[in-house]
Design a protein around this ligand. Sequence first.
Ligand code: CA
Length: 403
Amino acid sequence: MAEDNPYLTNPTKYNIADSNIALLGSDLEKRVREQAGDREPAWNDQVGVKPGIQIWRIEKFSVVQWPKERYGTFYAGDSYIVLRTYKKHKDTDALSYDLHFWLGEETSQDEAGTAAYKTVELDDHLKGVAVQYREIQSHESTRFLSHFSRFTVLAGGISSGFRTVVDLPEPDVLRLYRVSLVKVSDRGSSNLVVREVKAEKESLVAGDVYVLDKGPKIWQLNTKASVGQEKFKAAEFVRWLSGKRGSSSEVVVYDEGGPGAGRFLSELGATELQPNLHPQPNWDPDTARSSEVPPLTLYRLSDDLGALAFDSLGPATASALSTEDAFIIDNAASPTRPTVYVWIGAQSSHVEKRMAMQYAQEYVWGHGGSGVGGNGVDKGVSIVVEREGYEEEEFEKIMSSGL
Ligand SMILES: [Ca+2]
């Protein structure tokens, strides 16, 4: 389905490695404002009024409601806004919010900028009490993944039209999915994550389960390093996929090293799996901040002296957070939950509140380099905005151990 979209005929890719979102005061911001108008119709009285998930996709410069039946499925070519409304305490009426914007690896700069801008706007609509998160494809926070019992990322996007995972592919089509379980809570519950990857041998890495969709045939490969629950959940996904097609696809399950597994590999021109160079660390709250982790570093964003100033305060100290300013706390070196936090004081100025996320993005961009464990900050790192008085438990835990 070709879409009449003047902005996407030649989209500028939002390249995480080489660019940042210089949004406020930029030409992009002006264009977003012009296109969107002052009042966003999507932020109406149906938004954030009862517990549940709400999702919008950025289309051109607009915020468009994402169909409920597609919740949990994201396209690498798009940007989305995800709002989770919940009650922190079940006995009260007060609602809390997790507000995420998710940027696919192939999304355009315009879409990414619009998503970031509209997220701040939605937070304003919610009276500024949401916790905001920037999510980058393949670097999603566990908080984000915990909202979806099955989280799926497909290739393509708005410019290439809809395709669902169950669309029956052409008989000669090969689609490869990497299926893994991701721990989403400290109590050990796990959600299924399905990512479409290039159907080529380089994509086959030890440690997960792969599903090769050949249309009439669906093959599952359990690698040796995959865990039992992963295989089980992947089989559930395969059964669902086949079931959606009226069980017309023939399903075969292979185990790495077992009979026939070579057939799966050779279909992609491989003879063996690639070694997993970046195994996912296991989340253990007790060792979340071990002694090897560098101390948290703290930055202050303040316009108290007129112009907006961004200053390093060095290692975090307990007294440094003040209610009159915004702060950036770099916990990107955490081996388990690398995050850059933005903390916004209740008495901070309008400009400080508005600019904080942008400064965090520029900070991440400017410090990008060797990534987790090194001196730099992984460009895909989660950015989380915490408002004074509405902080997440996780943040409080990190601050109390770091300060
Ligand atoms: Ca201030």
